[in-house]
Ligand binder design. Structure first.
Ligand code: PLP
Length: 287
């Protein structure tokens, strides 16, 4: 396995970063997770746009243009001879001294990893997963924007730990007002009376690229999709609940806080959207 690390390809064993890298010391950096389906890098432009916007927001200068980064991502996939893969792009603040101030970091570090994806087992897709609302809340967007996909994922890690403690596969993260926002690394949708709902991102959710793709395919199929706030109660009484994300794609949640959703099986709308999603992933992107 070849890793792109600071201007060159190195073997996996040699892909090490300094203990003085502020990405390690402080979680100071940004990242993206991207999928490659049969040689097509799914919605790469949207991922790069989000990466550059995250970097802009934290005043991190990515030392490549979007075009150069596109080429480097394609090179990484080719070098590893992968046809379908999960790509992780990490831009950290780079090496500095132990102080918090990023001014001591002269050069950002750029890392691209491509590997075969290990995701949920097949039965989770066939039977759905269990989720639970957890004590930790989504950080307030006016304090730290959820649109910054930073290396500082403690908020998400805490809710994942709480989901593990609750014995379920994924967390349901509420905001400080108790509205449903998203999972630890995926967006949430509910279906009620044929209408599809997802929380508006201003409540405190990352504007997921899979989320947007699902909204697109759902509307193209004639479904009504509304971005509107909802509470746990709305989730409990929904006809269907599903999560979307680069890693999970589309997965049904069949139990929420111990409440069985409908008949406890992945619903028709969820399955329909997963089928449609699978159709676009090999063509919508950079080949
Ligand atoms: N929400 C969070 C907090 C995430 O980290 C992710 C993963 O990137 C998502 C949602 C899903 O976004 P996407 O569909 O772009 O992978």
């Amino acid at each position: 396995q070849w890793i792109f690390l600071d201007e060159k390809f190195v073997k996996k064993e040699d892909a090490v970063v300094s203990v003085f890298d502020h990405g390690f010391l402080y979680g100071d950096g940004v990242f993206e997770g991207i999928r490659v389906y049969s040689g097509n890098v799914f919605r790469l432009d949207a991922h790069l746009k989000r990466l550059f916007e995250s970097a802009q927001s934290i005043m991190l200068n990515i030392p490549y243009t979007k075009e150069e980064l596109t080429q480097l991502i394609v090179d990484t996939i080719r070098k590893n001879e992968l046809d379908s893969a999960y790509i992780r792009v990490v831009i950290s603040r780079g090496k500095g001294n132990l102080g918090l101030d990023p001014s001591s970091c002269s050069k950002p570090s750029v890392i691209i990893i491509a590997e075969v994806l290990t995701m949920y087992p097949k039965e989770f897709y066939e039977n759905g997963i269990k989720i639970a609302s957890v004590p930790s809340r989504r950080n307030r967007p006016d304090v730290l924007s959820p649109q910054i996909k930073s290396l500082n994922y403690l908020n998400n890690i805490l809710v994942k730990l709480e989901a593990n403690q609750a014995g379920v596969q994924e967390a349901l993260m509420l905001n400080d007002q108790g509205y449903v926002t998203e999972g630890s690394a995926d967006n949430i949708f509910i279906v009620k009376n044929g209408v599809i709902y997802t929380p508006p991102v201003y409540l405190g959710a990352l504007e997921g690229i899979t989320r947007n793709a699902i909204i697109d395919v759902a509307r193209a199929k004639g479904y009504e999709v509304r971005e509107s706030p909802f509470t746990r109660h709305d989730v409990y009484v929904a006809d269907e609940v599903f999560l979307t994300g680069t890693a999970v794609e589309v997965i049904a949640a069949i139990s929420v806080d111990g409440r069985k959703i409908s008949d406890g099986k992945p619903g028709n709308v969820t399955n329909d959207l997963l089928d449609e999603f699978r159709k676009i992933v090999t063509t919508d992107g950079v080949a």
